[in-house]
Design a protein around this ligand. Structure first.
Ligand code: SF4
Length: 392
């Protein structure tokens, strides 16, 4: 496949003096430093940040903007931990606790397959009593539904929970067994903010940064691919964000296994304790964070705007601030909505494509590894072109 390279040069007159050296590095395709990233985060010249981020975005992804046709499944919210930021988790006795039977999950995924989804994205809490056989049967029955369906499941913390408490095996052996049962890739969740002092305040007892990174390192060493995330907009500083991005960039230098980065802003509606009274990250802050991430993470090809958190209108704007992917149809999001998100729980392909076209980009359906599977016309009538790219 030959991708049309679509790049617009930077107009240095529109970039403030203090950011010009960073812009020059980006234009020369040189890596920016942590100090550069801090300077970017400290800048309030959002359009200059967008211009620099856009240069990286268009160099890597041309004028394409992708989305995936996927279905979210949260198999259970019952969790042995109680992360302070999490409004999703429950104890078995809680009224809002839920746990789906495998038959119910299979029924829902069958319906989604009939709609054309290519991926099921499945995470849950650290369940205290589900057994190894339950997880394996679930994966095997999902795999049997459609061998082409990509099963993206489990955060690194769920993988550690399964390895240590359920399978009682090393991480690698656990991942091998899960893969043999049908696992296609692991999710990027659970990273939060890597700094240990912040972690201790927002998710005490959760895996450390080193443990999160080690699960992904192991998965990548097995030839697997995954995404990575950051939860920001709570009690962290911009130095903590840069530290988080640095650790992701370092692992990517080592393994090359991350396909995309997906930052989420903290959803504060239900927060209490150390997270009480935190204001939701503004639109300005969300765009700035996306732009800085795009500029800093020079070795991760894709940047996803998670519309569940941003809302589709802001996700659409972010296509000019470094973003090249609008995530997916999702079909039923629970985690952010239980925390109070007011965005819809799903999007149609038509809505995602319309948002992309209106932003002047070319919409393309992608697979779980961001590979193009179907190119649609950017013509005004919106009629789909013949599938042009088929590497799924
Ligand atoms: S964030 Fe995950 S691990 Fe933490 S309480 Fe919620 S479900 Fe459990």
């Amino acid at each position: 496949m030959v991708r049309k390279v679509f790049t617009r040069g930077m107009n240095y007159q529109l970039i403030p003096k203090e950011l010009r050296s960073v812009a020059e590095k980006v234009e020369a395709q040189r890596r920016i430093s942590d100090a550069d990233a801090l300077a970017l985060y400290e800048s309030s010249d959002l359009n200059a940040l967008g211009m620099i981020a856009n240069a990286v975005r268009e160099r890597k992804n041309g004028n394409y903007a992708t989305y995936i046709h996927n279905r979210y499944i949260n198999y259970s919210n019952i969790c042995i931990l109680s992360c302070q930021f999490c409004a999703f988790a429950a104890k078995k006795r809680d009224a809002h606790a839920f746990e789906y039977a495998i038959d119910e999950i299979i029924r829902v995924v069958k319906e989604a397959l009939a709609l054309g989804v290519t991926e099921v994205h499945m995470v849950g809490g650290l369940h205290p009593s589900l057994k190894k056989d339950w997880y394996l049967e679930l994966l095997q029955r999902l795999r049997a539904l459609d061998p082409q369906l990509h099963i993206k499941a489990f955060t690194a913390i769920e993988v550690r929970h399964l390895a240590q408490r359920v399978f009682k095996l090393p991480i690698r052996d656990t991942l091998e067994i899960l893969r043999a049962a049908g696992l296609g890739s692991i999710t990027g969740g659970g990273a939060e903010i890597f700094d240990p002092a912040v972690r201790d305040k927002i998710c005490r007892g959760k895996e450390t940064a080193a443990e999160w990174l080690d699960v992904h390192r192991t998965w990548h060493s097995m030839g697997g691919r995954s995404t990575c995330t950051m939860l920001y907009g709570h009690i962290e500083t911009i130095a903590h964000r840069v530290d988080h991005l640095r650790q992701l960039r370092q692992l990517q230098d080592e393994t090359g296994g991350f396909t995309g980065f997906v930052p989420f802003a903290f959803e504060p509606s239900q927060s209490h304790g150390v997270l009480a009274n935190i204001k939701r990250a503004s639109a300005f802050e969300q765009l700035r964070n996306l732009a800085v991430s795009r500029i800093y993470l020079d070795n991760i090809d894709h940047l996803t705007a998670y519309w569940v958190s941003l809302g589709l209108p802001l996700a659409q704007v972010s296509l000019s601030y470094g973003v090249d992917d609008l995530h997916g149809t999702i079909l039923e999001e629970k985690i952010f909505h239980m925390a109070g998100a007011t965005t819809p729980q799903q999007q149609t392909i038509a809505a995602l494509e319309h948002a992309i076209r209106e932003a002047g980009r070319v919409p393309v359906q992608r697979d779980s590894h961001y590979r193009h599977v179907l190119q649609r016309s950017s013509a005004q009538n919106g009629a789909p072109e013949k599938a042009a790219l088929a590497c799924a």
